[in-house]
Design a protein around this ligand. Structure first.
Ligand code: MOS
Length: 748
């Protein structure tokens, strides 16, 4: 049966929750309050390595309103520590395999050594300052300079999902064949997540049943992780997350605070809210690791790649082999027969690093795309032309064709929109008074991930013709509830206004955590399937109903528009869902749907491609960099809502600007702690830093990835931006800066 022409999908629909967000009526996790509420405050270790030798909580316990001071001496032991598995897998997803407050060992600065619970937040915070902790401090390693000598090659990174080494062809032969070789090292400061809403959990026990209000990318991920840690069945744990104020990966894995709030609530026998402070966010939810990447690239005189060697060195925790997969997309972007990618790690006194927006793609493509720009400059080929010369029709790692492409189209359309042809190739060719002007570009790519477990949704229609579609996903700011309303409305054949989306609750059908830009693809697949099943169910009812004008009709001949089923060839013959349901005494009816990626997906390379262009101005005396314009062209498959998609991509591009010029944190090598722990010290772009950002959407048809052909826009917007800006700085100044962020000192 063919579908009615799409009506809602593709519209730039405003967010259904926009008004509640801007008017302050949206309730975020920390906004929930309960009778008899209490508040938890963390006390973090002040040393990076060692043991807690004593904790004197007497003064804190005597302080007004204090209900408990929990330490490794009185906090119950966890039931099990589940293994580290990326949260897309639909399994417990702890951020690290270390759980605090189980013994006296300190592995990293900021590790919780006590939790104070009081009847107000202020009293808990005050009493936390009264907890006296002494330590036996031992030597620590926190920086690459300190840990470089202890590097090892792990068998796998990223929780075991990605091999530590990837090779194709013969790297040495490829380098030997090359007419041109470029060898370059790129260094990166660590980054911390700073969503506008810090992480928070409120735990409420009712007998042996637990309700958690948690700021999370996946309610099931929180539920399953807390169940495993506490030794409870998931059926006793409900997780609710209606509004989440951004995440960018720090709410993708489940850190200690949800379980700690539940344990504290059980201990004090009152609801407990544990809202991380901005400073806690720097030590409690993972981070993007400091790293060094080394690229050796070989090419012919015409710029065809013959070899790419890409190595990465980065710190991980004492418990897990984690590195963001920086080598992944960079290994797939171009036709290059000889490749070697190697991850190296060393143990550091930090928590386990984690996903941060475009985890690995953003850092790896800075190195590759900077090196490509250097190659273009060296051989005198236009940078856009160089990318086209190395275009690959297949995923070079597997030889599988792409499920859909669009890179060449993005390069062409982006270049045109940007006015790339105005660029004189020589550095320092363009000037505007005291500003040196530069144009730079880079390609972008982000994989299309599919979930491991089936994604489920339920659609329910009422006899008045209105519908509710439900799936457990939270909306962490992406606009998913708006977009899923559009998807459901079209599949049911009802107007957008008659449809509503409900999510963010484990009582609803399960959806994996929305990570890796997979949300719109996998959730739309589940919603589309459920809503289509409901529509088909109603059509079957009409056909079997002797009183229906559609009685006995061929289901394939029926179409639904504006809530009315009718024969495609005879539009006057039909009836509304309402008429059918009223006659059949159905106040409402529903259907579920489940979707898993088809086995076909393994036969394809799946990637969202894009191209980034940036114009910078560099003050010739002061080294100040202003990004004047950015243009990004992206091919994310089908665009469900161009307004929310464009917002995602713009946000990613601005993040890329932050990665290029601002975002950085450093470990103090003498104290073993982060230098920045606030938004005063950790810089992110503000409106005054943000230039005109222009996003071009290149729609490509993809029949493989999922039913609606959605490849995702969450992260690709950031990929390549830092390289485009660094390349523009080179074009402006002739200076090649191989570190992030690029600061004034690098350009003096
Ligand atoms: Mo996203 S950084 O994969 O949660």
């Amino acid at each position: 049966m063919t579908m009615a022409p799409p009506l809602a999908i593709g519209q730039p629909t405003d967010r259904v929750d926009g008004r509640s967000k801007v008017s302050g009526t949206a309730h975020y996790t920390a906004d929930h309050t309960f009778d008899n509420m209490s508040y938890a405050f963390l006390v973090g270790a002040r040393v990076a390595s060692g043991r807690v030798t004593s904790i004197d909580a007497s003064e804190a316990l005597a302080s007004e309103g204090v209900l408990a001071v929990l330490t490794h001496e009185n906090l119950p032991r966890i039931a099990t520590q589940p293994p580290l598995i990326p949260s897309l897998a639909g399994m417990p997803a702890p951020g690290q395999t270390f759980f605090p407050l189980q013994d006296d060992v300190v592995h990293y600065e900021g590790q919780p050594v006590a939790i104070v619970v009081a009847d107000t937040l202020e009293r808990a915070q005050w009493a936390a300052a009264l907890v006296r902790v002494t330590y036996d401090e031992t030597p620590f390693v926190v920086t690459i300079d300190q840990g470089r000598d202890q590097a090892y090659e792990p068998e796998a990174i990223f929780a075991g999902f990605i091999p530590g080494r990837n090779q194709r062809g013969d790297i040495n032969a490829g380098l030997a064949q090359a007419d041109v070789r470029i060898d370059a090292e790129y260094t990166y400061a660590a980054n911390n997540h700073n969503p506008i809403e810090p992480s928070a959990t409120t735990a409420v026990w009712d007998g042996d049943e637990l309700t958690l209000h948690d700021a999370t990318q996946g309610v099931a991920a929180t539920q399953l992780t807390v169940a495993a840690l506490l030794g409870l069945t998931p059926s006793k744990i409900r997780v609710i997350s209606h509004f989440v104020g951004g995440s960018f990966g720090c709410k993708a894995m489940i850190w200690a605070h949800p379980a700690l709030s539940a344990m504290a609530a059980r201990y004090v026998e009152r609801p407990v809210k544990l809202a991380l402070t901005r400073a806690d966010m720097f030590t409690s939810v993972g981070f993007r690791e400091e790293q060094v990447q080394h690229i050796t690239l070989g090419a012919t005189e015409e710029g065809r790649l013959t070899a790419l060697r890409h190595h990465k060195l980065s710190p991980t925790s004492h418990f897990d082999n984690w590195a963001e997969p920086s080598l992944g997309v960079a290994s797939q972007m171009y036709a290059c027969p000889n490749y070697e990618g190697v991850y190296e790690l060393f143990r550091a006194n930090t928590m386990t690093p984690t996903f941060m927006r475009a985890p690995g793609e953003a850092s790896g493509m800075f190195a590759l795309e900077s090196t490509m720009d250097e190659l273009a400059h060296r051989i005198g080929v236009d940078p856009v032309e160089l990318r086209l010369r190395n275009h690959t029709d297949v995923d070079p790692n597997t030889g599988n064709p792409w499920s859909s492409e669009g890179l060449a189209e993005c390069l062409r359309r982006g270049a045109e929109r940007f006015g790339w042809q105005r660029r004189a190739p020589e550095p320092r060719s363009h000037r505007d008074g005291n500003w040196l002007i530069g144009y730079g570009m880079a390609t972008a790519g982000y994989p299309v991930y599919g979930p491991n477990n089936p994604q489920r949704a339920r659609a329910r229609i009422y006899a008045d013709g209105s519908a509710v579609v439900q799936a457990a996903t939270p909306d962490f700011g992406t606009g998913v509830s708006t977009v899923m309303t559009q998807v459901a409305a079209d599949a049911l054949g009802i107007p957008f206004e008659r449809c509503r989306f409900e999510g963010g609750d484990t009582v609803l059908p399960t959806i994996a955590a929305a990570v890796g830009s997979s949300g719109s693809g996998m959730i739309s697949a589940a919603v589309h399937t459920a809503a289509t099943n409901l529509r088909d169910q109603l059509i079957r009812l009409a056909i079997s109903d002797a009183e229906s004008p559609l009685h006995g009709a061929d289901p394939g001949a029926i179409t639904v528009q504006s809530g009315r089923m009718r024969l495609r060839e005879r539009p006057d013959t039909g009836e509304t869902y309402s008429e059918l349901m009223h006659r059949n005494f159905l106040p409402d009816t529903d259907a579920t749907g489940a979707w898993s990626p088809s086995s076909q997906t393994t036969q394809y390379g799946m990637m969202t491609f894009g191209a980034q262009f940036a114009e910078v101005a560099v003050d010739v005396d002061l080294g100040v960099v202003r990004v004047r314009r950015m243009v990004g062209a992206f091919a994310p498959g089908r665009v469900l809502n161009p307004k929310t998609a464009r917002s995602q991509l713009m946000g990613g591009m601005i993040w890329g600007l932050g990665q290029a010029l601002l975002e950085a944190n450093y470990m103090d090598p003498r104290r073993g702690r982060w230098v920045a722990d606030s938004l005063g010290d950790y810089l992110i772009p503000v409106n005054a830093d943000a230039p005109d950002v222009d996003v071009e959407l290149v729609e490509v048809e993809d029949k493989i990835v999922n039913p609606l052909g959605v490849k995702g826009v969450g992260e690709v917007g950031q990929v390549g931006v830092a390289a485009a800006i660094a390349n523009a700085i080179h074009h402006a100044t002739g200076r090649r800066v191989r570190k992030l962020p690029i600061t004034i000192e690098d350009l003096l």
